[in-house]
Design a protein around this ligand. Sequence first.
Ligand code: ADP
Ligand code: MG
Length: 504
Amino acid sequence: MLDLTYETPKPKVIAGAKQDWELVIGLEVHAQVATNAKLFSGASTEFGAEPNSNVAFVDAGMPGMLPVINEECVAQAVRTGLGLKADINLYSAFDRKNYFYPDLPQGYQISQLYHPIVGEGEVLVDMGPGVARVVRIERIHLEQDAGKSIHDMDPTMSFVDLNRTGVALMEIVSRPDIRGPEEAAAYVSKLRQIMRYLGTCDGNMQNGNLRADVNVSICQPGAYEKYQETQDFSHLGTRCEIKNMNSLRFIQQAIEVEAKRQIAIVEAGGEVEQETRLYDPDKGETRSMRSKEEAHDYRYFPCPDLLPLEIEQGWVDDIASDLPELPDEKRARFMGDFGLSEYDASVLTADTADAAYFEQVADGRDGKLAANWVINELFGRLKKDDDKAITDSAVSPAQLGGIIDLITSDAISGKIAKELFEIVYTEGGDPAEIVEARGMKQVTDTGAIEAAVDEIIAANPDQVAKAKENPKLAGWFVGQVMKATGGKANPKAVNELVSKKLSS
Ligand code: ADP
Ligand code: MG
């Protein structure tokens, strides 16, 4: 395995009227656990079901109903923790966060404040080849999601859909290690990539299955380094938390406008107040939602309906031994085994389906050539074809491998290979058979090429005279020969013959 070293990216600097400012960002990411049933009930988690059809009595807060922990949700949280190289806490416990939630009828959210299931971990956030930041994870805890209030179906009434009520969420809390809007987006997408590899969250942000609360503060250059040395938060500015962001683009925009708002306040001699804000993408501004609430406002206390959650090291070890290869490891392996650049390896490991496809194509072939064909030809073609997923590709890995084999054995030229790819993509079939049946084989017979070269030379005495003076013009003859042979002449042989004939 390659041992990669990364340069740390520079923090984003935002110019104020009086001085430059740096950004400090910490994220609380809510990831819906990929399971069939809810955290404390057997109700289904299916998305898009008929409203209120996936609601168990306990989800509806019916009297006398008791929560029962879903083991698979716990396993998924453990898996996620292991994927983020985090400590797994064998002892954790659930607490009630008391609050009026119109779409969580029990009147409190069951969460884990004091004893989360996952402790400290880290994520490598890639910012381009050779540049990455390590963002520390503070904790991951399990909690219930709320349902959905619907205010726009009737002019006089609001409705509630409890299908999401009680679905398991993992709240992944980062340390304030993120230093710019692009990094924040890259952090969320790296988390999403890791969880998709692990199969613990589908990462669908549009459906709200992955959303982030974004904490933003500003500080003067040098202040963050003091915080890093001492872990003393007093070196940092007061943060504001922007709630419930479910788009990478909006996360970046919100950070940008929130930082500018804070800079304006501080430079005018004011103080940033700690509060919870909302981002309005239409107006491009953040708005105050409520002043910051503290843990004691929620009267957190241990949930009396649930025993502490105690898991065994052996069970954690079993989960660990079943973990798939993760993105960083896969990327390093692709670089080492196939000689790929970090960029190409990153593109090919963006998701497991792309990576698996590439590995089948590259198996027993030139890795770089395989990478070029997958990235440039196949991805480009899929994009043109309504942005199709690789799993729906009309060209299978075996077919693409077949095309590459024809190139490597010099049976076809690179130019013809592209035509062949298009035929296989649109019509299907075995590449070697198509080449045979349609006479697409490269002409390596020097006699035939020589005849074509002679013919062109004989027909263009003026060009010949010019080319004898300026050898660069030989390219024109090569082009003519390629044209005359329908692109099938071996370009190397054509080049050699043209320059031999012109210099004789
Ligand atoms: P709460 O649950 O009250 O929002 P947490 O202690 O869980 O508080 O922290 C929330 C997030 O705020 C964490 O991701 C943390 O890294 C981040 N954070 C803390 N201080 C700052 C700061 N000064 N600037 C930016 N982010 C911060
Ligand atoms: Mg918070």
